[in-house]
Design a protein around this ligand. Structure first.
Ligand code: SF4
Length: 235
């Protein structure tokens, strides 16, 4: 099945506090004047965003052709182990729309760096929120006991060159996302990847890959904890 959505803006709108935390202000610390800039960035985002999403179910043999990209994946990666065990897979892409990226570029061009950086951070959070929203739509069609997580090219050993086959299969141009030569998406504030459903434990792994040595946020830990605890609640 293939689905296309106009994602409700309110569902992806970040809180200003998330924006200043994204910019490096630790939680619980008074952000000072950064708070007003983050609020202004959130207002701008709310007026400019036009979030859209697309999701298409695929079978495991199709994904097995997409995953290798141009053969530049890390020799070992979490998704290489996870995707063969999937019970259900879907490609997805989301965007917050072109106006947001244009305004960020404009603000940098005008040397309004504080607001440009805050809007950039807010838009990144919104793009991730849009991806989470689409993951939730997919999840609502999965069995209650299945663990559902999304993975994106460019992260955790999955080379960004996989975008080429991913785009050729999903065709997210339908919602205004195109792929540049370096595999960067336009609009920049877009996210693409695969949503994977299966036994929750299949998403769990030890973060001991070569590339983990330079990973600052170790986001996989929270993501895995979340999927495991969600599955526990369902049973
Ligand atoms: S530690 Fe970082 S790089 Fe390694 S799998 Fe987790 S999120 Fe990816």
């Amino acid at each position: 099945m293939r689905r296309v959505w106009d994602i409700p803006r309110a569902r992806i709108q970040p809180d200003p506090s998330a924006v200043w935390e994204q910019q490096g202000v630790p939680a619980g610390i008074d952000p000072g004047p950064i708070a007003d800039i983050a609020r202004e960035a959130c207002q701008l985002l709310a007026s400019l965003s036009a979030p859209k999403g697309i999701l298409a179910d695929i079978d495991s043999s199709t994904f097995a052709e997409i995953y290798p990209g141009r053969g530049q994946n890390s020799p070992r990666s979490p998704l290489a182990d996870i995707h063969p065990r999937a019970e259900k897979l879907a490609l997805f892409a989301v965007t917050v729309g072109p106006s947001v990226s244009r305004r960020i570029d404009q603000l940098f061009g005008e040397h309004d760096y504080p607001l440009a950086a805050a809007l950039d951070a807010a838009a990144s959070l919104a793009a991730d929120g849009a991806a989470a929203w689409v993951e939730k739509q997919f999840s609502s069609h999965c069995d209650p006991g299945q663990g559902v997580l999304r993975y994106s090219p460019g992260y955790c050993g999955w080379h960004v060159s996989a975008q080429i086959k991913l785009f050729a299969t999903l065709k997210p141009e339908e919602i205004g996302i195109t792929l540049g030569e370096s595999c960067l998406m336009d609009p920049l504030k877009s996210v693409s990847g695969v949503v994977v459903a299966g036994p929750p434990a299949m998403h769990d792994f030890a973060p001991n890959f070569d590339f983990c040595a330079v990973c600052a946020d170790r986001q996989c830990r929270d993501r895995i904890a979340h999927v495991l605890s969600a599955a526990k609640k369902e049973t």
